[in-house]
Design a binder for this molecule. Sequence first.
Ligand code: NAP
Length: 379
Amino acid sequence: MSTPSPDPAPVTCFLGEGVPLAPHTTLGLGGPARYWASCARVDQVRACLPWARRRGLPVQVLGGGSNVVFADEGFEGLVLHVALRGVERVADGTGVRLTAAAGETWDAVVEACVADGLAGVECLSGIPGQVGATPIQNVGAYGQEVSQVLVEVQALDRHTLREVTFPAVDCGFGYRHSRFRGEDRDRYVITRVALRLEPQGRPAVRYAELRSRLEDSALDAGERGAPALRRVRQAVLALRREKSMVVDPADPNSRSAGSFFLNPRLSRGELEALRGRLPAGTGIPTFEAPDGVKVPAAWLIERAGFPRGLRLGGAAISDRHALALVNRGATARQLLALAARIQEGVQARFGVRLEPEPVILGPRGPLASGALGAGPACQ
Ligand code: NAP
């Protein structure tokens, strides 16, 4: 006679032991996960969390692995891979409400919207990763941000195991920021995201870099719908490919976590202090931001003496973009050592602190933001 399992959670979803993490990340770095679960249903996520809690295991939620650095030692807890699928669209007044499960591939959703003439995400083409990750850092590019079209986020509270809905106004969105990256970091598993898109809408062309690229393909001002959106998508993809920011196994420069540092925002005072550290007359590229200016991190990195292509062991700065760190046969330790060296060099030269964009994990959980040189993975 078989005895009912007192702890059925692990069998409700695929649970492996000692699963290598590197293949699940775009950087291709990291040792094994002690436990690995791939959850295709919300009830599986709900079952895995207490299963890990009872064993005193830390849990790391993983989507597309495009914004994460796992330690060479791996992860000593449960890596919970979000494999929730499904996309629905319903008419919503003059718009379309699109609800996508967190495990959907973001760029596939964008591609389908563009093909069907739904405007609002076309500039977010080619961004790697899954739908569920997009609200966390309020993914944005070329003047478009997911928060501009986001209606609500559904999530599972990791403590209470209840499903919660956050309307956009409650998500605490800022520049590459939200409550899910701030005060509520690691509190929720995002399960679904709802967007409101404009049928037969006009593409957003706000950045000069994008506009000049589109001049070649003759996008008429005011042009709407799928053909115009498609041209913008193609222009964005071309720009991103030139910077190796589209994940492509044939492009070794794309074996990265995208931008490794956030573009810093400086107050007017900080900008003046930066000017004071440069030879008189040096033109600093700046862009207006709500509370000061944005300065491209790549510009600071290159001028602090870290050129594209620079290598430290198997870790390198991309040949195509100084903001991307590339695995060319590196360990996580080497990559983080290179990141720490860049961070220290920019701080020493310009007095500007670059904050890492990816989640950097030690064997038991995230390392403090900016603590590149401090964690076990970097010693
Ligand atoms: P980039 O276009 O060289 O821009 C570098 C910095 O300059 C960014 O802070 C960007 O602001 C700002 N900037 C450039 N042109 C601007 C304009 N016309 N108006 C206002 N600000 C301007 O950066 P990149 O690394 O090649 O990336 C291209 C785009 O992808 C950027 O928009 C970047 O933010 C975005 N991106 C987003 C993520 C993410 O969401 N996690 C990751 C990588 C890249 P913005 O950042 O506000 O655009």
